[in-house]
Design a protein around this ligand. Structure first.
Ligand code: CTP
Length: 394
């Protein structure tokens, strides 16, 4: 659920700071991208090197002196969620009053994403009116508070104030990030046009840009799905989307078929070549060798393989037609899909590379529904709404 999600982990100066190392580790293990921002006091409890090793990135401690002139705004706009664990009474006060005197508070203040705060402090500090009022303020602003537990505290005291179980904090992050109508749904989307090699220089390709597939992946991730994008186009680097780059139909088939055991919905938006050269030359075919004749053989039908899999997910196919959609209903049946999204790629605003698309949904019972010309993101939203209804979740 966290794969591809972008998480800023804020660490403040309390003895529980060592537990943030476990949180960073578990988040990265689950495929999240983690960037750490520490208060100067936090570095007295745990070293920056620990987080650099765990996340692959140096933590930000100072607003000045690094390569980025504005690290707090960079991090803030990058993040899907910010989690502050442990959060001291001092940091809660700064967050509540908006006193952005360090990189951590500045990052939170510069962000618009959800914020999870896990306080940890001595019982008296936790119960103090100042702390409780600050927490009420933060909660009223929509911050998610993971309340501390009762237990042994620094110095051997016992009482409420111990940082919540790190796994509880991780569960909260997961819930906050992966919420929406597709939460818990594993999705595979194919995108782009495959390239079938003729020689190391040339290939047989098509005009697909991958934009429709990217939009479908982006909307699914925004609605909480775990998304794998198997793309023959460039990696679009979408938050929450794990991109697998492939080139040929064979590679796309392998990438998709090997992931079906954890797939609930497959959306095959790629323009897959139907034929490939029987044999790709290993060296460039020279002009002087004369006009080559290329023997073509069929490629695997990726969609067909998904349909026939014992792990068959809910299956959405695409049909790029030219001139008329009259074959699309028959194609929906022939391909065995639950939903076929057909478009006429020669009509205005629907061609390859365009930011808009005019599609018609064809259902397995032979009925259809036409949509107006829409942005590809809106087509993607309509598609997921349709999938939601057809899967019986709506
Ligand atoms: N598709 C696929 N693997 C292929 C060819 C197509 O997975 N080798 C998928 C496409 O991603 C799309 C659907 O099948 O979701 C329909 O593709 P399309 O090219 O329209 O259909 P074809 O079966 O190739 O039929 P035709 O070329 O006759 O239109």
């Amino acid at each position: 659920m966290l794969a591809g999600r972008r998480i800023v982990l804020g660490i403040t100066g309390g003895v529980a700071a060592y537990k943030a190392a476990y949180i960073a580790r578990r988040l990265t293990e689950q495929g999240a991208s983690v960037r750490v921002v520490m208060t100067p006091t936090a570095t007295r409890f745990i070293g920056e090197a620990t987080f650099a090793a765990l996340t692959g990135f140096d933590p930000i401690v100072n607003l000045f002196g690094g390569d980025d002139p504005s690290p707090h705004t960079t991090l803030a706009s990058w993040a899907d969620v910010i989690v502050v664990a442990p959060a001291t009474a001092a940091t809660l006060a700064k967050l509540a009053s908006g006193e952005s005197s360090n990189a951590l508070v500045a990052t939170v203040l510069a962000s618009t994403c959800p914020v999870v705060v896990a306080p940890a402090m001595h019982t008296e500090m936790w119960e103090h009116d100042a702390t409780q009022e600050n927490l009420t303020t933060l909660a009223s602003r929509g911050y998610e508070i993971v309340r501390p537990e009762s237990g042994e505290l620094a110095g051997g005291d016992v009482g409420i104030g111990r940082l919540a179980d790190p796994d509880t904090i991780i569960e909260t992050i997961t819930r906050v990030v992966a919420s929406g109508p597709l939460a818990g749904v594993h999705v595979i989307v194919t995108a782009g046009g495959t390239r079938e090699a003729i020689d190391p220089v040339r290939f047989i390709g098509n005009r697909s840009s991958g934009k429709m597939g990217n939009a479908i992946a982006r909307v699914a991730a925004a609605q909480g799905a775990s998304v794998t994008l198997v793309t023959a186009a460039d990696d679009p680097d979408i938050s929450g989307v794990v991109a697998v780059r492939v080139e040929s139909a064979d590679e796309m088939a392998e990438a998709v078929w090997s992931r079906l055991d954890t797939c609930d919905v497959a959306v095959m938006a790629a323009a897959v070549a139907d034929f490939k050269p029987e044999k790709a030359d290993t060296t460039k075919i020279k002009r002087t060798s004369g006009l080559p004749s290329i023997q073509l053989v069929p490629t695997p039908d990726v969609l067909q393989g998904v349909h026939e899999s014992p792990n068959r997910p809910f299956l959405v196919g695409f049909a790029a037609e030219t001139g008329t959609l009259e074959d699309a209903a028959a194609k929906a049946k022939r391909k065995g899909v639950d939903l076929l999204v057909a478009n006429d790629v020669t009509s205005d605003g629907s061609g390859f590379g365009s930011d808009t698309n005019e599609v018609t949904f064809f259902y397995s019972d032979g009925t259809s529904k036409g949509l107006p010309l829409l942005d590809k993101d809106d087509v993607a939203k309509a598609l997921w709404e349709e999938v939601h209804i057809l899967r019986g979740a709506g």
